[in-house]
Write a protein that binds this ligand. Sequence first.
Ligand code: ADP
Length: 173
Amino acid sequence: MPARIDIVEGDITSLPVDAIVNAANEALAPGGGVCGAIHRKAGPELAAACASSAAAPPARPRCAGFRLPARHVIHAVGPVWGGGERGEGKLLADCYRNALNLAAETGLKSIAFPAISTGIYGFPADRAAFIAARTVRETLRQRPGIERVVFCCFGRESYELHEAALAATAPQD
Ligand code: ADP
């Protein structure tokens, strides 16, 4: 059965999925935005786990969810928007692809994404939603183990952008 792709509006820290993806920074430090919210809800154990990962970085960092309802946190460092000529689109696609591949390799079935890079990192939200939708659709075709992907949108505008992006990337048949 093909995976379900859902869009929800709200706080990613409340979602009881196998993994939520964190829009992390390179230091894997708590910081602001969605990352700060995830760390506040998970508790200090998450920052401690991140600190040891940052000291000896695995290729694709992943932690337990600690006090979150999600079982795991996958940390993805999105690109800082610099005008679009610095490979930002590919880097953003890599975040979605790598997180899904890691989830699939770990046997996880449900995964929720925030709109990576569209806050403090300044990536235009409409382009980012399109890249997210296209990359998730492409990757899911190769990853039948994943049953559900959630785009967790912070606000109505982001929700509508993801809805439009999913419609624009829907398979034709
Ligand atoms: P980045 O540094 O990658 O831009 P931000 O955390 O600043 O990351 O923003 C990424 C997106 O996450 C933005 O669209 C922001 O509105 C959204 N966001 C902020 N808090 C939450 C939250 N608690 N749940 C889901 N999304 C959130």
